[in-house]
Design a protein around this ligand. Structure first.
Ligand SMILES: Cc1ncc(COP(=O)(O)O)c(C=O)c1O
Length: 366
């Protein structure tokens, strides 16, 4: 063999990127990944077991994931032709950026992303050679609509990604704000509703039209099925036909197809867990604010918390006591912050108790 000439083979875009590194270690309380803390109810578990047994492991699965897409379309009331299934919505973000990277000769495609937001948008876009226009939220963590609309008009981005509710801030784009962005561009506006089930608001899925510039992402990861890796893109048929050209055949494995179908066709059984998370979010928010932390209003299953420059110290303190939350360093407008996933009532109580201890001990690094 010869030496592999990586510098010659790699595109420049990869130089500025680094691989996703999940936190190492064993933490009894995981409040860092925005997962649902509850296992599915026994009826879903029973149906899952039977569905998984039905998979013929020696055969390739349905390349079009048709039954899974039908279950999704049935749950959300949209045409199955406008639904694509993905190996998590991460994969679909990747597919969209690869598909829509057209540009004029000598130019570059671009995306617009209000920040801070979910990291995959800029990773996927940068890897695909895009310019990334990042527009910081204002100091109340509300979208800076004036700036967003100005850059949309000036730069004509190929794609605008809106995480709604937004990860990690928990903020929410109003109907009027999203309409204004949709009307200001003929690029694609992707409303990512990964946390949509916690927002109490209607989905944008029913607004997706054939030929229109709105697309919606959903995932089963946050409502209790993160292990499945099951995400969905809802978009006009013409766009989906193009995305389908670069979608890998069999991108959704056979086990995920049948298991996802079970979750979607029994979705009402997830509601009590979702409602409990929303109630606990409000309780945790009150109690953490009661300790003197700044807790921003959240429409998702996590809270965005600032603690007067002691974020890293509190993060370490909690980690040393078996609780993992997410530390976010030097965010554009917000500086350091913590993102805390809402856990079970017991986990939330423990978090509050340990945070209180942190303050009682002087609020310094252990
Ligand atoms: C806003 C947002 N979109 C998409 C995803 C990815 O979800 P999935 O597990 O479906 O890939 C996440 C995961 O954290 C997210 O926060």
């Amino acid at each position: 063999v010869s030496d592999l000439d990586l510098p010659r083979l790699l595109p420049g875009e990869l130089a500025g990127l680094s691989a996703y590194e999940p936190p190492g270690g064993d933490y009894p309380v995981r409040l860092d990944a925005n997962e649902n803390p509850y296992p599915p109810d026994p009826v879903i578990l029973d149906k899952l077991a039977r569905a998984l047994e039905s998979v013929q492991v020696n055969r390739y699965p349905d390349p079009a994931s048709l039954d899974l897409r039908k279950a999704f379309a049935g749950h959300f009331g949209c045409p199955v032709e406008r639904v694509m299934a993905g190996n998590g919505s991460d994969e679909l973000i990747g597919f969209l950026t690869w598909t829509l990277r057209g540009c004029e000769a000598g130019g570059k495609p671009s995306v617009l992303i209000p920040i801070p937001t979910f990291g995959m948008y800029s990773i996927a876009a940068s890897a695909a050679g895009y310019d990334v226009h990042e527009i910081p939220f204002d100091s109340n963590l509300e979208p800076d609509m004036e700036k967003v609309l100005e850059v949309v008009r000036e730069k004509a981005p190929n794609i605008v990604f809106l995480s709604n509710p937004n990860n990690p801030t928990g903020s929410f784009f109003s109907k009027e704000q999203i309409r204004a962005i949709l009307n200001a561009t003929d690029g694609l506006v992707v409303v990512d509703e990964a946390y949509g089930d916690f927002s109490g608001e209607k989905s944008w899925i029913c607004e997706v039209e054939s030929g229109g510039n709105l697309a919606v992402l959903r995932t089963l990861s946050k409502v209790g099925a993160a292990a499945l890796r099951s995400g969905f893109l809802v978009a006009g048929e013409e766009l989906l036909d193009e995305v389908d050209k670069i979608r890998f055949p069999f991108n959704v494995n056979g086990y995920t197809q049948v298991a996802g179908e079970v979750f979607l066709s029994n979705f009402e059984r997830l509601h009590s867990g979702i409602n409990e998370i929303v109630d606990q979010r409000e309780r945790l928010s009150r109690e953490m604010a009661g300790l003197g932390f700044t807790v921003f209003p959240s429409r998702a299953n996590f809270l965005f918390i600032k603690c007067g420059g002691r974020e890293k110290a509190l993060w370490r303190f909690l980690q040393d006591r078996g609780i993992m939350v997410r530390f976010l360093a030097r965010l554009s407008v917000a500086g350091d912050a913590l993102r805390v996933t809402v856990g079970t009532p017991g986990e939330n109580s423990l978090l509050v108790e340990k945070s209180r201890e942190f303050l009682a001990e002087g609020g310094k690094d252990a």
